[in-house]
Design a protein around this ligand. Structure first.
Ligand SMILES: [Zn+2]
Length: 586
């Protein structure tokens, strides 16, 4: 890693070696203050005086006070972080210019005004919860400079380069609104970075896409696990701030995202080659693979050099074979933007079509399908032509939204319910039962559509925010929508919830006056007025998504109805076929 500026050796053992730097901390904070007048500083998982873990957090608009507050925790906590994007300044009044050692409310995605920065977090691949070795740490920093260099060739303005203590980070300036579209865009950017630059040693963290992301407060010490000679704690710091910080344009971001292969390549004429032996093929045409890695349940072969231009060296060009067998070629250079898998084959096998070298593919494409195939196609056709939406969630679980009698049902594509719905549907249309082979092959295509063409919806359990309202899942495919104006039971529920099989439905009474919530106290043996209020507030707060919820602990004699009260709360908030969990036996 010679020639890479800013490399530091970790300093094991001695506490002196990793003292926080007041100047570095002040520099980092003043940098972020330029973009956000109010910052949240957060210390998750702090263990003060060896006690339970707590979150320390506070909001600051005063640089000196922020630095002083942070310095107090020097070397005592696992890591100190700061918000990346501009925070709603109103949050300052939550905890103003001080750190609360028992913080309950931290910044959420909706508290972010806009997206000012794209964080590319480069992490050595290693077991969780330990610091990196010097070699791993150096590899990550070298990778950061490599990414900066390649991106600069693509016209990207220089990012801030940071040493996160264990890895490296690049902070690119962007200017996007804070909305769902931007979240997807940022997510895809990270995927693209990982696709192009990730290797066996370092990966790009794909999880840091959320608007309220926090980053290491550079200048503080990263303390993951114990500090050892091999895996020491290190001070994080900003290595380089460019003289001029310019935003990456939407077009440039789009160009980056375009490297992610789309599954259009499924079509036979675009390179879909079931059973194609790509490794043998590459060998035949002298394509050297520099590294092989798994990619989205397929395999990615990163090439030693680009077949179209030998000056495009590793890791710029690669061939991917997806799980379905589809083949994708891409090279991360503008001059290669047009070159897909098809183009690569045309270049290397110019006489391919004339030779008729693909009898299997041709036969497949031209039909002559058996009865099973036509049944399967009919099943897929029903799903595609009817009012069914196929989609996936953030962990690529696959679902279908089906409309039955005016209500939207969300079924997992893995569930028996979906399979039986599909056969029932086929029977009603044709009067015959589909074979199980046909159902299975139809299902595999339906799953592929849900995974690759379907939208992504993040499903909540029981309650969530949607469209400025709180929605509460009644577990019978209807939901309650609560706004400041009132509430009502909605039949046409958007795709919001995952209803688990053990969840029982509840049936709220419409038109009950709101003050009646107090009536529940008649059934709750709490005497103290203050505690009654606390109980009511807790109960109501359980219906508010995305906030920290209290865990009620009841004190009382044996037989004072403590469990009964807990059971009652559960029946109200989240009725379920499962009964209360008992603590494990001692
Ligand atoms: Zn190329």
């Amino acid at each position: 890693v010679a020639g890479v500026p800013g490399l530091q050796k970790g300093s094991p053992g001695s506490k002196k070696g990793f003292k926080m730097s007041r100047d570095d901390i002040a520099n980092t904070l003043s940098f972020f203050f330029k973009y956000s007048p109010v910052l949240e500083i957060r210390i998750p998982k702090a263990k003060l005086n060896g006690k339970y873990e707590t979150t320390i957090a506070g909001y600051f608009n005063n640089l000196d006070k922020a630095v002083q507050s942070v310095i107090k925790y020097d070397t005592k906590v696992p890591g100190i972080y700061v918000t990346l994007n501009p925070v709603n300044p109103a949050l300052l009044s939550r905890c103003s210019n001080r750190l609360d050692e028992n913080s309950k409310l931290t910044t959420s995605d909706k508290d972010i005004l806009k997206r000012t920065f794209l964080l590319v977090d480069i992490d050595p691949i290693r077991p969780a919860g330990i610091s990196s070795t010097d070699a791993e740490h150096n590899a990550a920093i070298a990778k950061a400079y490599h990414i900066r260099e390649i991106m600069a060739k693509h016209g990207w303005a220089d990012p801030v380069v940071c040493d996160s203590g264990n890895g490296a980070s690049l902070i690119y300036h962007i200017d996007l609104p804070n909305n769902e579209e931007s979240t997807q865009t940022v997510k895809k950017c990270l995927e693209a970075f990982d696709l192009v630059f990730g290797d066996k040693e370092v990966g790009i963290d794909l999880t840091v896409f959320n608007a309220s992301r926090i980053v290491k407060l550079y200048g503080t010490v990263a303390k993951k696990g114990d500090s050892t000679a091999e895996r020491p704690h290190r001070e994080s710091k900003i290595l380089e701030v460019p003289a001029e910080i310019n935003p990456i344009s939407v077009d440039q971001i789009g160009e980056l995202i375009a490297v992610i292969p789309v599954e259009e390549e499924h079509k036979p004429d675009k390179g879909y080659s079931n059973g194609f032996d790509i490794q043998a093929w590459m060998k035949q045409y002298d394509i050297t693979v520099a590294s092989t890695k798994p990619w989205n349940s397929g395999t990615m072969y990163v090439l030693d050099k680009c077949p179209f231009d030998a000056s495009h060296r590793y890791p710029d060009a690669s061939i991917i074979q997806t799980q379905s067998g589809a083949l994708v070629f891409h090279c991360f250079h503008n001059s290669c933007a047009k070159h897909d898998w098809r183009a690569l084959r045309d270049k290397l096998e110019p006489n391919r079509e004339k030779r008729g070298s693909e009898p299997r593919e041709k036969q497949k494409a031209s039909g002559s399908k058996g009865n099973g195939d036509s049944q399967a196609s009919a099943l897929i056709h029903y799903v595609e032509s009817s009012d069914v939406e196929l989609f996936h969630d953030d962990v690529l679980k696959l679902y279908a939204r089906i409309k039955i009698n005016g209500v939207n049902k969300i079924l997992s594509l893995k569930s028996q319910t979906f399979g039986s719905w599909l056969s029932g549907r086929y029977y009603r249309e044709t009067g015959t039962a589909p074979g199980s082979d046909a159902i299975n092959s139809a299902l595999s295509v339906i799953k592929a559509i849900a995974e690759h063409d379907g939208k992504q919806y993040n499903l909540s359990v029981r309650c969530c925010w949607h469209d400025g309202a709180i929605w509460y899942d009644l577990a019978d495919w209807t939901a309650v929508k609560i706004t400041a104006q009132g509430w009502g039971i909605m039949k046409d529920v958007p795709i919001l919830f995952m209803t688990l099989s053990h969840m029982k439905s509840s049936s709220p009474t419409q038109n009950a006056p709101i003050a009646e919530v107090k009536k529940i106290l008649e059934f709750i043996p709490i005497k103290d007025e203050g505690e009654k209020l606390l109980f009511l507030v807790a109960l109501v707060s359980y219906f508010i998504p995305d906030i920290a919820h209290v865990c009620l602990v009841f004190y009382g004699e044996k037989g004072a109805a403590k469990s009964t009260v807990n059971a009652l709360i559960k029946r109200l908030v989240d009725p379920s076929a499962l009964s209360l969990l008992s603590p494990a036996p001692r």
